[in-house]
Design a binder for this molecule. Structure first.
Ligand code: ATP
Ligand code: MG
Length: 247
């Protein structure tokens, strides 16, 4: 489909086309498109920009990633489709391991998502072998890599579902989420929820990683000062202000 560059929703339309093509290639799950739509609706309420409170959360997330002993970034189909290069670049800046971990999983789909990521430069991906289990999840979605999520102390979960976010937190891991819905179980279960669109949030977290790399004291100060509850409250307020602009 031809999309005119001056269409006011050009970016959103191009992304939709891409995601829909990736459904055809088996990288994005068909229900992933529905999840993407929910994200778009919340992004509309943010004016499709990174608001100051979301930037604070991105900085706190960067601090945690640098303080971690074994940081892992998980990638599902939507995260791969939206932001593969950004996630690969963030992982190498920290450095962190990347683990493919799907909601709708089959060995074939895991292989397709891994190949897709390797096609745009990922190396040493985890997730083909899932030899560990998270407690508290009944289905095979509990599976993860022992070398990755299984032994991670800090996990960044872009677009993860609420059950797994809660199970990761219950396993004692520091959970960092990127999720546009400030009401979602994922955002609430996280130590730090970055309420921002993935393709804005990921390069922003990387920028903070580079800034905080040689500033351990600043990192610890940021971590101690951050309250996810307070930040989510500010994000909900930012959305309300779009709905009810002060005259
Ligand atoms: P809960 O966390 O309450 O269990 P959920 O996980 O069932 O909710 P889903 O619709 O499955 O919700 O997950 C999609 C989540 O990802 C939504 O909260 C949506 O706002 C968010 N999301 C979708 N696309 C993006 C995006 N591009 N950037 C950031 N967040 C996104
Ligand atoms: Mg969720």
């Amino acid at each position: 489909m031809e999309i005119s560059k001056d269409h006011p929703r050009y970016r959103s339309l191009v992304t939709r086309e891409r995601m829909s093509e990736l459904v055809g290639k088996g990288v994005v799950a068909s229900t992933g498109l529905i999840a993407h739509g929910r994200g778009e609706a919340f992004d509309y309420l943010l004016g499709e920009r990174t608001v100051p409170a979301a930037d604070d959360a991105a900085r706190a997330a960067a601090a945690h990633l640098l303080e971690a002993r074994r940081p892992v970034i998980t990638i599902n189909g939507n995260a791969a489709g939206l932001c593969a290069e950004g996630l690969i670049s963030l992982a190498s800046a920290i450095p962190a391991r990347l683990e493919v971990n799907l909601f709708h999983r089959s060995p074939e789909r895991i292989e397709r998502v891994c190949r897709y990521l390797e096609g745009v430069g990922a190396s040493e991906l985890l997730g083909r072998e899932q030899d560990s289990w998270l407690e508290g999840i009944a289905s095979d979605r509990a599976r993860c890599a022992a070398d990755g999520i299984g032994s991670a102390d800090v996990v960044l979960i872009p677009l993860e579902d609420g059950d797994r976010a809660a199970a990761l937190a219950a396993a004692g891991k520091i959970v960092l989420a990127v999720d546009l819905n400030p009401l979602s179980r994922t955002a609430i279960a996280a130590r730090v929820a970055v309420v921002d669109e993935l393709t804005r949030a990921v390069p922003n977290i990387e920028r903070h990683v580079l800034e905080l790399r040689d500033r351990p004291e600043e990192r610890r100060r940021l971590i101690a000062a951050f309250s996810n509850e307070r930040n989510l409250e500010m994000m909900r307020k930012a959305m309300c202000e779009t709905l009810h602009p002060k005259g």
